[in-house]
Ligand binder design. Structure first.
Ligand SMILES: N[C@@H](CCC(=O)N[C@@H](CS)C(=O)NCC(=O)O)C(=O)O
Length: 214
C-alpha cells in the first residue's frame, strides 16, 4: 500500500500511526498538496479533491483519513474500532471532532507559526495564531477535559481505539505550534495525551516529524 501525504498533516499522521499500531506495512509517498507535488498524477488519481492523505492499495484508491481507516479495519480485521455499539459511536464522535472542530483550531496556529515560515518562505499571521491559541482554544480544551474518562487511560471502551489515535494525532500540531496543554487546568486531558504520545507508534512518528522540522 502507498500512503500519499505529508506526515505533519494531522490526517496523514493519523493514518500512519493507525498502520503502525496495526503493523500494516506501507510505502510513504511525500506529497505537500500546496507545492508542485500536489500535481502528481498518481496522487490526484487517488485523491479526487487533491487533499492528503490518500492511498493506493493493490490498484484500489481512496482518500480521507477516516475513510481509509474504515477501509483498513474492514480489510485487515476490526481492531481499533470498538465492537460495542455505544463505544463505536463514541469513537467515531472523537474522530469526527478531532478532524473538524479541533483541526480547525490547529490550522491557524500550525500554518502561521510553522508552515508559512518554514515551508513557504513567508511570514505567518502571528496575530491570528495568537487569537486561536488564547481565545478559541481554551473553551474547547475545557470541554474536552469534561469528556475524559475517570476510570481508563483510553477515551472509549477501556482500550486503544481510533478515538485516541485521531485526537492525540491532531494535538501534535498544537505541540509543533508551541501550544502546551496545561496540566493544572486540564489534568485529565494532559495525562491522557502524554500517555498516548508515549506509545511507540507516536514516538516513532514524532521522531520522523522532528527530522522534517529540523
Ligand atoms: N477530512 C480529510 C481532510 C484532509 C485535508 O484537509 N488535508 C489537508 C492537509 S492537512 C489538505 O490536503 N489540504 C490541501 C488542500 O485543501 O488543497 C481527511 O480526514 O483526510
Amino acid at each position: 500500500m502507498k500512503i500519499f501525504g505529508a506526515p505533519l498533516s494531522p490526517f496523514v499522521r493519523k493514518v500512519m500511526i493507525y498502520c503502525a499500531e496495526r503493523d500494516i506495512p506501507y510505502d510513504h509517498v511525500p506529497i505537500f498538496p500546496m507545492g508542485p507535488d500536489g500535481q502528481n498524477p498518481e496522487f490526484l488519481a487517488a485523491s479526487p479533491l487533491g487533499k492528503i492523505p490518500a492511498i493506493e492499495d493493490d490498484g484500489f484508491t481512496l482518500a480521507d483519513s477516516s475513510a481509509i481507516i474504515h477501509y483498513l479495519e474492514a480489510k485487515h480485521g476490526q481492531a481499533l474500532l470498538p465492537e460495542d455499539a455505544q463505544a463505536r459511536g463514541q469513537a467515531i464522535f472523537f474522530d469526527e471532532i478531532a478532524d473538524t472542530a479541533i483541526a480547525a483550531v490547529t490550522g491557524p496556529i500550525f500554518f502561521n507559526r510553522v508552515v508559512a515560515p518554514k515551508f513557504m518562505g513567508r511570514e505567518g499571521d502571528m496575530a491570528a495564531a495568537d487569537v486561536a491559541e488564547k481565545e478559541t482554544l481554551p473553551p474547547i480544551l475545557a470541554k474536552l477535559e469534561k469528556l475524559m474518562p475517570d476510570d481508563s487511560a483510553y477515551l472509549v471502551g477501556g482500550a486503544l481505539s481510533v478515538a485516541d489515535i485521531s485526537l492525540a494525532s491532531v494535538f501534535i500540531n498544537f505541540k509543533h505550534g508551541g501550544v502546551t496543554v496545561d496540566s493544572d487546568h486540564y489534568p485529565k486531558l494532559s495525562a491522557w495525551l502524554l500517555a498516548i504520545w508515549d506509545r511507540p507508534s507516536f514516538q516513532r512518528q514524532m521522531a520522523l516529524e522532528a527530522r522534517i522540522l529540523g
